[in-house]
Design a binder for this molecule. Structure first.
Ligand code: SF4
Length: 273
């Protein structure tokens, strides 16, 4: 659009702005998707992002090639974009704290300690957003953080979504039980987009923590459940047996699940997949 039009026609100015906004968001999200696809080089694995959401989805995902959903809806793209911008902003605060921060650069998303990979026959992986690393008495200590941004109108009453908690608990489970890392606690952090107010869920593991007014979910409490979830999906994969459809997956997640049709028919994967 030429300068003369932009000088004399406010409507053209606004349309140009809208176009450039869309162009920027599509470029940004396109690059993120390319990185995400390039990172999926673990081969067959049970991924925490799936397992935290739905055991059956994790099962289907294990046998299917990892593909990105081609999202073209600008409203959805904008929401995802603002989530990434929130992470970039939060990293600036976290960088001001002592300790080493992992997860700022995108290539770290496929590296230890952001990305954990078990050495089991059936590989399990877990990825979190940031990990703060501290050294004490020559020992490394890792504090994982899962970040979510939201625009919930019931913000005051909101505590956490169980599947977000499960996602970070899986990272802790692999870190502690499989890789024997020191994880004193983990943090699930929600940020309200409009005000940038934060809500925290603290997951104490190797440290005692009790504080009135803080949302606390103990690792020890959740451990049997997480262990059982991992064992069940692993057993189902070994036997190529479809896990029962869970009853606690929110409808909106099923609606955007690429296995919805198969799942509705209780269809198992083809044996030669
Ligand atoms: S449709 Fe829902 S229940 Fe079925 S696999 Fe997908 S997320 Fe799980």
């Amino acid at each position: 659009m030429d300068d003369r039009t932009l000088i004399y026609d406010p409507e053209s100015f606004l349309l140009e702005l809208e176009n450039k906004t869309q162009e920027h968001i599509e470029d940004y999200m396109g690059k993120r998707t390319e990185e995400w696809v390039a990172r999926g080089n673990d081969g067959k694995a049970i991924r925490s992002s799936s397992l935290g959401t739905c055991i059956r989805q994790a099962y289907y995902n294990y046998f299917h090639e990892r593909k990105s959903d081609n999202i073209t809806d600008l409203t959805i793209l904008k929401r995802m974009y603002s989530g990434f911008i929130n992470e970039e902003t939060q990293s600036k605060y976290l960088l001001r704290m002592p300790g080493k921060l992992h997860g700022v650069e995108s290539e770290e998303q496929n590296q230890f300690p952001i990305h954990l990979k078990t050495k089991d026959k059936i590989v399990c992986t877990a990825t979190t957003d940031f990990v703060k690393e501290f050294t004490y008495r020559d020992q490394p200590y890792y504090i994982p953080m899962e970040l979510k941004s939201t625009e919930l109108w019931k913000w005051d009453d909101f505590k956490f979504h169980p599947y977000h908690l499960k996602q970070i608990l899986l990272w802790v489970y692999y870190a502690k039980e499989k890789l024997k890392l020191n994880v004193p606690y983990a943090i699930l952090l929600y940020t309200k987009r409009s005000t940038m107010a934060n809500k925290y869920v603290v997951i104490p593991c190797d440290t005692r923590f009790d504080k009135l007014g803080r949302e606390i979910q103990r690792y020890e409490y959740w451990l049997p459940y997480i262990k059982d979830t991992v064992n069940t999906v692993t057993k189902c994969i070994k036997k190529v047996e479809l896990p029962d459809r869970p009853t606690d997956v929110p409808k909106y997640i099923c609606q955007s699940c690429s296995f919805l049709e198969m799942c509705n028919k209780n269809e198992n994967i083809k044996q030669n997949t």
